[in-house]
Design a protein around this ligand. Structure first.
Ligand code: DAK
Length: 257
């Protein structure tokens, strides 16, 4: 049996996690969700990994939860599956995650992309929360992360209708970071990941932390998080190296320490 998730190291510091159920358009089974959460934990634990890329296949990033596993499920089954614990492990990843989206990102697939810190999409990619069309609602943050990304008016339109949002519109709405040619999605995600991986790693993680935590805090609390993280960076050798290199007019040699 083929692995539902492929793990690759396309360049130093980069771990690429590829959803690998192309025949089912990468629909998210429990097995695949567990594999994803485990792979994220491994990326977090691996000191050589600076950035994670999530990718799918050409036709689909992921077409949502696997409906075969949901059609006969009871409410008790859903409680017992407790999939929020798996999603929480992805959300808690301190390292930057880039979603490289080709094709469809629907339902849980769109929600998975929303767990990433940046989304690079192909020009023919489409995003949607179509759960309402199968009698349910977004259940992995789709009502919460979506509204934070695009605001109430657009989140309502998207989640209440299941409409497909094409990549150029998704860019305009602030749902995604960049649109590139379909063939360029993974090379662009890799280039971006490499750029970030070359930068001081603790600073990178503290920036992510401040943005993620601050987004759900009051301005005062967010500024306090930013201040604490900012001050902490003066305990890193990369801070001294980065500034000294500038003053010496030479390239910095960052160590991640
Ligand atoms: N589940 C299972 N199989 C799927 C699937 C899905 N979501 N999407 C596609 N497939 C399978 C199809 O059954 C088909 O398999 P075979 O029949 O060949 O065995 C194969 O992928 C190719 O699909 P199609 O033949 O349908 O291909 P088309 O190009 O004609 O159409 C499509 C592509 C993506 C438009 C269509 O497949 C489609 O509408 N799929 C369903 C999309 C959808 O409704 N997705 C949202 C699902 S609800 C939770 C958190 C989150 C969620 C649930 C729980 N908890 C916290 C508990 C999330 C829920 C959802 O995502």
């Amino acid at each position: 049996m083929e692995d539902v998730l492929l793990v690759d190291h396309p360049a130093p510091g980069i771990r690429l996690l590829r959803l690998n159920r192309p025949k089912a358009l990468n629909a998210l089974t429990m097995e695949l969700r567990r594999a994803l959460a485990d792979a994220i934990d491994q990326a977090v634990d691996d000191p050589d990994t600076a950035v994670v890329i999530l990718a799918g296949s050409a036709k689909a990033f992921a077409a949502g939860a696997d409906l075969k596993e949901l059609v006969d499920a009871s409410a008790v089954d859903m409680v017992q599956r407790a999939t929020h614990r798996l999603w929480a492990r992805i959300a808690a990843c301190p390292k930057p995650i880039i979603a490289a989206v080709r094709g469809l990102a629907l339902g849980g697939g769109c929600e998975l992309a929303l767990h990433a810190d940046m989304i690079i999409a192909g020009s023919s990619a489409e995003f949607a929360q179509p759960e309402v069309r199968v009698g349910i609602m977004p259940g992995a943050g789709g009502t919460q992360r979506l509204v934070r990304a695009v605001g109430k008016a657009q989140a309502m339109r998207i989640a209440l209708t299941g409409v497909r949002v094409a990549a150029p519109e998704a860019l305009m709405l602030g749902l995604i970071s960049e649109v590139v040619d379909d063939d360029a999605v993974e090379p662009r995600a890799l280039a971006l990941a490499q750029e970030i991986a070359s930068l001081p790693r603790i600073a990178v993680q503290k920036i992510k932390e401040a943005i993620v935590l601050g987004a759900d805090a009051s301005l005062e609390a967010g500024l306090a998080i930013e201040r604490a993280n900012f001050q902490l960076l003066f305990a890193t050798s990369d801070q001294h190296e980065g500034m000294q290199a500038f003053l010496d007019k030479r390239p910095a040699r960052f160590t991640g320490a």
